[in-house]
Design a binder for this molecule. Structure first.
Ligand code: SF4
Ligand code: SF4
Length: 299
């Protein structure tokens, strides 16, 4: 394998390392990351090892490692990735987390609000909505006989789309919902009717890493947003404040919405959910000012 990787390096081909986290490496995060750095493996993805029993798609995934082990592993990897506020390596799980702190959406399906619309094909052309749902009960058609639009409109696809947003009460009220969105439907326990689910099997791991990394992610996100804002302001707006609804220079891809410029001189929708308290306080002050002004006019 290392000879193959050397070949890719020699020909400057980019590649990712998909790391299966199992009993043998779950306690060795630092060692693993050192090995990756030493060999110039700069793009890393993590996937907890599933047991073969998980082939029964109507039962929750069975994993080799416990949520506690995976949570500890993620925390140790985070320390390595964070690198005193200067990440030098791409680890998909943390890149996704950072995206949310940058006021963008995660790109990892597990942590998006909805499962993406994909078709997974088997060798015989049978199509399914996700590779975790390869089973006759979830088949949406076959590429040899069905059009893409008919497969995407198949009732099994509609049934699949409903799974992810069907969150348990714990997920609906969870402080980390914006980062997690209830994880993967395949890792939840479902009621026989399929209309109620438990949180993801790795809920505890997610809560552990989210609270462990929060302060540092917040700081990093703020710094990067400020940097992107001022660089883009110089580059695209010639240093002038953007107009309302112009693309926000922070790079979120959203519209610029000035909010109480006196309170936040650089404010716009760069304010993330984490800053909601500040936003709410600002809105409260504005509403109060309007109320007082109206009262003054009445007298
Ligand atoms: S079921 Fe899980 S793995 Fe499949 S698309 Fe949805 S979140 Fe992703
Ligand atoms: S951390 Fe747990 S409770 Fe919170 S959204 Fe994720 S799975 Fe649900």
């Amino acid at each position: 394998m290392m000879a193959g990787i050397e070949h890719l390096h020699r020909h400057q081909v980019d590649f990712n390392i998909l790391t299966v986290v199992h009993k043998g490496n779950v306690g060795k995060a630092k060692e693993l990351l050192n090995f990756y750095r030493e060999h110039g493996f700069n793009y890393v993805q993590l996937i907890p090892c599933m047991d073969f029993k998980s082939q029964h798609v109507d039962e929750p995934g069975v994993y080799e490692i416990t949520p506690q082990e995976y949570g500890d592993f993620l925390c140790e990897v985070f320390d390595e990735w964070y690198n005193n506020g200067n990440p030098e390596m791409s680890i998909r799980f943390f890149d996704n987390m950072l995206n949310v702190y940058l006021n963008r959406d995660a790109e990892l399906c597990i942590h998006q609000g909805e499962c993406p619309t994909n078709l997974v094909l088997e060798q015989n052309g049978d199509a399914f909505p996700c590779d975790f749902f390869i089973n006759k009960d979830w088949k949406v058609g076959n590429v040899r006989t069905d059009s893409i639009s008919s497969m995407l409109a198949h009732p099994n696809f509609d049934r699949f789309r409903l799974l992810k947003p069907t969150l348990s009460e714990n997920c609906r009220t969870c402080n980390w919902k914006r980062l997690c969105y209830g994880g993967c439907p395949r890792n939840r326990k479902w009621s026989p009717e399929g209309n109620q689910s438990s949180p993801d099997f790795f809920c505890q791991s997610y809560k552990q890493i989210y609270s462990y990394a929060h302060e540092r992610m917040l700081e990093l996100g703020k710094r990067l947003r400020e940097e992107m804002y001022s660089n883009n302001l110089k580059r695209y707006f010639k240093g002038k404040t953007p107009g309302r609804n112009e693309p926000c220079p922070c790079g979120s891809g959203k519209k610029y919405k000035p909010v109480a410029p006196l309170i936040f001189p650089l404010s716009c929708n760069r304010i993330t959910n984490w800053d909601m308290n500040l936003r709410q306080r600002a809105m409260h002050l504005i509403k109060r000012k309007i109320h007082l002004a109206k009262r003054k006019r009445r007298f």
